[in-house]
Design a protein around this ligand. Structure first.
Ligand code: CP
Ligand code: NVA
Length: 311
């Protein structure tokens, strides 16, 4: 059975520490990346647009020695209704792995079930685990760059997530935080509180429901080591855009919000950002902001994830 990476808990904390150590090495000596995937061909099947994920995986696969194929529903027979089961079986006969960005998370589970090669979640409506591993690595890299175990300094740290607390990024922080021992405090309108699906996932994983949800953003950011936000209108939510933009206004990350967090707190965003909506331009440009380090680290961490998957 191949190993898949569909959610934050698919690697044990010890494996995550190994991935982070490997990512650090790959970052320090990018041109000397061991060609772990030489001779392999990996499909990248994207049902949604992407800048960071697509480019970092395509470059990462190349640097690991593999050939990346960019695929979409519209340029394959998926658009003519070929079943997921048949598509997964056929693709598994050619490819050594599949990296998939989609709407319904179940599609990832179906590809994993029906195919016979590793499947990587490049974002679903439910979770974005490649981003969370990268963000945790990025936090550790700032807090304790030379640590033997880069996951150690994450334990007990508090991350405040402001805005759509029911989106894929919020779910992923809840799951990833519980898995690696970080405290997660979310703030947003009551209608966008964390939903039942992520609570069920925590319970399924045997993880305690330790996150907190607040409607007052100042309560969530009090004593936070990291303040995080994401777009208020995720891909697929466009029909609700106008209402969401109104409802989320009180949750914009401003300099005032950053001042209410722990002194020296980091500001993070998975990007793309909408300056003036979920975050002010001033915060994006501030010294606290590590948004472009996060974006860069997608490359190094995902290379390490792929290497671990095939090890
Ligand atoms: N953060 C992120 O996943 O960005 P893209 O949508 O550009 O891939
Ligand atoms: N929540 C956002 C994340 C983008 C990387 C979305 O799904 O559009």
């Amino acid at each position: 059975m191949p190993k898949h990476f569909l959610k934050e808990t698919d690697f044990t904390p010890a494996e995550v520490a190994k991935i982070f150590a490997n990512a650090r090495e790959m970052k320090q000596a990018r041109t000397q990346t061991p060609k772990t995937l030489v001779g392999q061909s990996w499909g990248m099947l994207f049902y949604k647009n992407s800048t960071r994920t697509r480019i970092s995986f395509e470059v990462g696969l190349h640097e690991l020695g593999a050939h990346p194929l960019i695929l979409s529903a519209s340029n394959t027979q998926i658009s003519r209704g070929e079943s997921t089961a048949d598509t997964a079986k056929v693709m598994s006969r050619y490819l050594h792995g599949l990296i998939i960005r989609c709407y319904d998370h179940q599609l990832l589970e179906d590809f994993a079930e029906e195919g016979s090669v590793p499947v990587v979640n490049a974002l679903s409506d439910f979770l974005h685990p490649c981003q969370i591993y990268t963000d945790m690595f990025s936090i550790a890299e700032k807090l304790d760059p030379d640590a033997k175990d880069l996951t150690a300094c994450l334990k007990g740290k508090k991350l405040a997530f402001l805005g759509d607390s029911a989106c894929n990024m919020a779910n992923s922080w809840i799951l990833g935080g519980a898995h690696l021992g970080m405290g997660i405090a979310l703030a947003g309108p009551e209608e966008f509180a964390p939903g039942g699906e992520i609570r069920e996932q925590l319970s399924f994983e045997g993880l305690e429901e330790k996150f907190t949800f607040h409607t007052d953003p100042l309560e969530a950011v009090a004593d936070a080591d990291v303040v995080y936000t994401d777009v208020w209108v995720s891909m697929g939510d466009e029909a609700e855009a106008e209402a969401r933009l109104q409802q989320m206004k009180p949750y914009q990350v401003t300099t005032e919000i950053m001042t209410a967090a722990k002194p020296g707190a980091l500001f993070m965003h998975c990007l793309p950002a909408h300056a003036g909506e979920e975050v002010s331009q001033e915060v994006l440009d501030s010294k606290a902001s590590i948004i472009f380090d996060q974006a860069e680290n997608r490359l190094h961490v995902q290379k390490a994830i792929l290497a671990e998957l095939v090890s």
